[in-house]
Every structure is written in structure tokens, then in C-alpha cells.
Design a protein around this ligand. Structure first.
Ligand code: SAH
Ligand code: SF4
Ligand code: F3S
Length: 492
């Protein structure tokens, strides 16, 4: 096909093998500069729509892309019909995540036919996979633009290429290395903000595609992170969530200083932002110093998301999680000792290759022992190119489903019991808005991230209030307003 010659101008093929040989080159910090003149007005009078799949990292990347597009003059579209640019920010974590995107791409063909000037782009983690790029080139030729997770700051150039080129524009860098500062962001909320502290992942859990799609671990400099948080505090944000695939590895890549995640949390603690969360932490690097800092509380909330994946040491070994069941339980014991009212949540995979009934029961018993308040639970999904994909995926689908169901029932039982214990207690809630189901009811979250519904006047949105819990449900709490509050910086 003659067309492929033209793609090569833009196309650096994603290469899993190359991604695994992490370059030892230092991390460069580069600044996103103003959009060059010819591109600054490219979006004037036009509208954009970004559809986001996957984790918070993607949600935040979409805020960055929105920021860049708005600097180019684009405005947000109300829906698909009035969009001139549609970007699908994709997730590759499980097969069903990818299937959704391919389904959506198929459906969007009709839109392209109706509006040939529409620019249709695919970005995010799926674009980092060579098989996906090839499939789009082959089966969805009406896509205008594919770009990877390391190319977001190049969006103005890529869009200009797509606008003026007749061929599909593909730019996917498999080699990362840069941390880009000064990226514009559109944060629609005004109350809660995501803040990247690091990019990439070097853990290479055997089932996981993320180390390939997001590249090696790169930490943002603390001065840049802290400046961003101070700015958010000045703008009146009430809550931030620090983001990284493995926040406990923060700072390990610095060559010019000794500064860890615990140091960062200790510094963030001193900033006047009422609530600070973080996600996600890997049990392996969760050290005593971090527990000590978190136990100081204040704006550091007593909720820790600590993915365990499995309760069986042999499966954990096959997953290359590099901790045992005993190590995890010991870590939980230390955390509970330092922060007795801590709420722990987790991620669990069932049906990993070779998982026996007994090994799965170890997961159930660990869940019972830790008493997680809630968990994200998944059926194992083989990802091409990962080490686990070469293991025999031998647990039948009915067994995987049945295990997921038993696990979820246990989690619901524990969740219900945990929430029941809050009956009659008064908790601090940050009011986020009207409840989705009933506009006469307001919703907000506790410091431990539990959703609370109550009746109250709308002017409370954006404020901290005191709510007495009188009707706990399995995953949500209902209560009565008993007073307004300034963020206490302690307690539930
Ligand atoms: N960095 C985070 C996890 C990010 S992915 C951490 O390590 O804690 C979110 C969750 O998706 C993982 O915790 C895992 O439970 C699940 N997951 C990842 N790869 C998967 C796969 N191939 N099949 C099923 N679930 C998977
Ligand atoms: Fe994936 Fe493991 Fe990295 Fe989490 S720590 S992103 S599960 S490789
Ligand atoms: Fe998905 Fe990429 Fe996040 S694979 S879970 S969007 S890092």
C-alpha cells in the first residue's frame, strides 16, 4: 500500500522490547511553550470533544489536552454532533476496555461520513500498542490522527498536520524521557484537582501493560509539584489527589537529591489545602517513614488505596509483585497501629493463570482479615506482550466469574458492616453537588472517600459540613445535616 510510505514521516513504531530496556539517560525537564502563532487561532469558532476511558491518569491527561485545545481557540462541544475534533483517550488495561474503543470507532465512521471535516483522533494507552496502531491503520482508515502518551504536548503540531494532511497522522514515541512542565489544564470542577507527581511505571507486574504504555518512572521535581499545589490552594481548591502508578517510587529517579514520597507528603502537609489524597501506592515501597508522616494527619486523609492483587504468595510471585501475603499483612498491621481509624481499599485480580481454588480462598481470607471498606475487582485479562500472556490462561471463564462473584459478595458484606459502624456518628463531608438521582438531595464525601447523601440548601455546595449518619447502606451513607464546618484536618 502506497500510503504507508507517508505514515513513516510521523510513525515511530511502538516497540515493547525496546520499552523494557529502560534507558539510563537522565530525565529532561522541558517547558511547554506558548502555542506558535499559526496554530494559536486554528481552533477559533470550532469545538472539541474528548472521550476518556481508563484511570485517573487518563482523566488528568484529558484535562491537559483540553487546556492545549482551548489555547488554540477551540471551545468545548456540547455533544458529538457539534464537535469539529473528537479525541478518544483510550485505556489498554483489559481486553474489554479495548473492545469498547473499537466499537466506538466503528460507530463514529457514520459521523465522519456526515461531516468529512471532522478530525477523529485516538490517543492514550492503546495508541502505545503496535498491534492497536496496525489494526487502526488497517480497519479504521478514516481515523485522522493517532498519538501516544508521550506526545500529548505535541498536540498543536499533530492537529495542524491532521488538518492539512490527507493521510492518517501517526506519532507514537516508544521512548520516553521528558517531564513536560507548564502544561495548560482545564479543571472543570473547582473543588477537587488531580496533580501528577510522577509518570510511568518500572514495576513490570507480569500481567500489566502499563509499564509499556506509560514508559519508565519519571518524577516531577518537588518544587514544580509544590508550586502547582500552592496555586490550587490559592484558587480555592479543597482537595487534591496526587497521581502516579506507583507513588511510593517517587523521587527514586532523582540523581541530584535525596527526596522521597514521604518527604513530599510532609511538605504538602504544610500547604493550606484541606484534603490531600494519593493514588496508587504499591505495597512493596510503602516504608515506615511514610506511615509516620501519614499518621500526622492534618490534611493527609486517613484513607489508603493499597492494591494487593492476590492473597496467595505463590500467585503474588507469579505476578512479580515482589511481596508476600505475610509482608502485606504486616504492612497493614503497621498502618492500622499508626492510624487506627484508617480506611483501606484495594484492587484484586481473580483467575490469574494457574490460580487454584485454595489459592483463591487465600485471597478471600486476606480480605476477611484486612477488612477492606471496598475494592476494585477484576477478572484476569491477558495482555499481548506481557510475561503472563505466555503463561497458560487455564482457569475457565465460568470459574473466574464465580470467583469474582464470591469475592464481591464478601466485600459487600464487609462494606455493609463497616458502614453500619458509622451509624449515629458525625462525619465531615465536602459537599460536591446535587445527588445524581434526586436534585433535592446533596452529595459529598468523607475524608475516607465515602459518598454521603443528605438534604440541605444548595449554597452548601463547595463547603465542608457536619453530617450525622443515620442510614448507612452497603456502598453509600445517608445522613442529616447537623452543622457547617471548617475543614477540621482530623477525624472522619
Ligand atoms: N499502578 C496500580 C494499578 C494500575 S492498573 C497499582 O499497581 O496499584 C489498575 C488495576 O487494574 C490493577 O491494580 C489490577 O488490579 C488491574 N489490572 C491490571 N492489569 C490487569 C489485567 N491484565 N487483567 C486484569 N486486571 C488487571
Ligand atoms: Fe501495572 Fe504493577 Fe505498575 Fe501497577 S505497579 S501499573 S499493576 S506494573
Ligand atoms: Fe488504562 Fe493506561 Fe490508566 S492502560 S488504567 S489508562 S495508565
Amino acid at each position: 500500500m502506497g500510503q504507508e510510505k507517508d505514515y513513516s514521516r510521523y510513525f515511530v513504531a511502538p516497540d515493547l522490547k525496546a520499552a523494557k530496556k529502560r534507558s539510563k539517560d537522565g530525565v529532561r525537564v522541558i517547558r511547554f511553550e506558548d502555542i506558535p502563532e499559526p496554530m494559536r487561532d486554528a481552533g477559533r469558532g470550532k469545538k472539541y470533544l474528548i472521550v476518556t476511558y481508563g484511570c485517573q491518569m487518563n482523566v488528568h491527561d484529558s484535562e491537559t489536552m483540553a487546556g492545549i485545545l482551548e489555547q488554540m481557540g477551540y471551545e468545548p462541544a456540547a455533544g458529538e454532533e457539534d464537535a469539529d475534533v473528537i479525541l478518544l483517550n483510550t485505556c489498554a488495561i483489559r481486553e474489554n476496555a479495548e473492545d469498547k474503543v473499537f466499537g466506538e470507532l466503528g460507530r463514529l465512521k457514520q459521523r465522519k461520513l456526515e461531516k468529512p471535516g471532522l478530525i477523529l483522533g485516538v490517543c492514550g494507552c492503546m495508541s502505545q500498542e503496535e498491534v492497536v496502531v496496525n489494526r487502526i491503520l488497517r480497519s479504521y482508515p478514516y481515523v485522522d490522527l493517532i498519538f501516544g502518551t508521550h506526545n500529548i504536548h505535541r498536540l498543536p503540531h499533530l492537529l495542524m498536520n491532521a488538518l492539512f494532511s490527507k493521510e492518517m497522522v501517526v506519532e507514537v514515541w516508544s521512548k520516553e524521557g521528558d517531564v513536560v512542565e507548564n502544561l495548560p489544564k482545564v479543571r472543570r470542577d473547582g473543588l477537587k484537582a488531580w496533580v501528577n507527581i510522577m509518570y510511568g511505571c518500572d514495576k513490570f507486574c507480569t500481567y500489566c501493560i502499563v509499564p509499556y504504555t506509560r514508559g519508565k518512572e519519571r518524577s516531577r521535581r518537588p518544587e514544580d509539584v509544590l508550586a502547582e499545589i500552592r496555586d490550587l490552594a490559592r484558587k480555592g481548591y479543597k482537595e487534591i489527589t496526587l497521581l502516579g502508578q506507583n507513588v511510593n517510587a517517587y523521587g527514586k529517579d532523582f540523581t541530584d537529591r535525596d527526596y522521597t514520597f514521604a518527604d513530599l507528603m510532609d511538605d504538602v502537609r504544610k500547604i493550606g489545602i484541606p484534603r490531600v489524597r494519593f493514588t496508587t501506592s504499591h505495597p512493596r515501597d510503602f516504608d515506615d517513614r511514610l506511615i509516620e508522616v501519614l499518621a500526622k494527619r492534618g490534611n493527609l486523609v486517613e484513607h489508603i488505596h493499597l492494591p494487593v492483587q492476590s492473597g496467595n504468595s505463590q500467585i503474588l510471585k507469579l505476578m512479580a509483585r515482589k511481596y508476600t501475603r505475610e509482608h502485606y499483612l504486616e504492612l497493614v498491621r503497621k498502618i492500622k497501629e499508626a492510624i487506627p481509624d484508617v480506611v483501606l481499599t484495594t484492587d484484586i485480580i481473580v483467575g490469574f493463570p494457574g490460580e487454584t481454588e485454595e489459592q483463591f480462598e487465600d485471597t478471600l481470607s486476606l480480605v476477611r482479615e484486612v477488612e477492606f471498606d471496598s475494592a476494585f475487582t477484576f477478572i484476569y485479562s491477558p495482555r499481548e506482550g506481557t510475561p503472563a500472556a505466555k503463561m497458560q490462561d487455564d482457569v475457565p471463564m465460568e470459574v473466574k466469574k464465580e470467583r469474582l462473584d464470591r469475592l464481591n459478595r464478601l466485600l459487600a458484606e464487609i462494606g455493609r458492616r463497616k458502614n453500619e459502624a458509622l451509624r449515629g456518628q458525625v462525619v465531615e463531608v465536602l459537599v460536591e453537588g446535587e445527588s445524581k438521582k434526586d436534585p433535592n438531595v446533596l452529595s459529598g464525601r468523607t475524608r475516607t472517600n465515602k459518598l454521603v447523601h443528605f438534604r440541605g440548601p444548595k449554597h452548601l455546595i463547595g463547603q465542608f459540613v457536619k453530617i450525622r449518619i443515620d442510614d448507612p447502606q452497603t456502598w453509600t451513607l445517608r445522613g442529616t445535616l447537623v452543622g457547617e464546618a471548617s475543614a477540621t484536618g482530623a477525624g472522619a
